[in-house]
Ligand binder design. Structure first.
Ligand SMILES: [Zn+2]
Length: 92
């Protein structure tokens, strides 16, 4: 059970095709005003299903949650370990 939960998409809850997603995309480090290595870090990585990961692409969390407001609550619950800095950038 714990194992399958860990592999569950933090956005939509799907167990299908788990991938690693960067909550704040690495490509947008300049824009969010941090060093790239701050984002290339476990505290910015979550499990997301392939479909969400592909759809999210290089969106910032705000852009993603504007598109899918229903994903925000699960994300906030499941992604407690993400850093305060990432949370701040994500507007959480
Ligand atoms: Zn998903």
């Amino acid at each position: 059970m714990a194992r399958s939960n860990q592999r569950r998409c933090v956005y939509c809850g799907s167990h299908d095709s788990p991938t690693i997603d960067h909550v704040v995309p690495l490509s947008r480090w300049r824009e969010v005003g941090v060093r790239r290595r701050v984002l290339d870090n476990a505290s910015n990585r979550v499990v997301a299903c392939l479909q969400c990961n592909q759809e999210k692409g290089a969106m910032l969390p705000q852009e993603w949650f504007d598109l899918h407001p229903e994903y925000r609550e699960r994300f906030v619950k499941k992604a407690k370990y993400i850093s305060n800095l990432v949370k701040e950038i994500a507007g959480l």
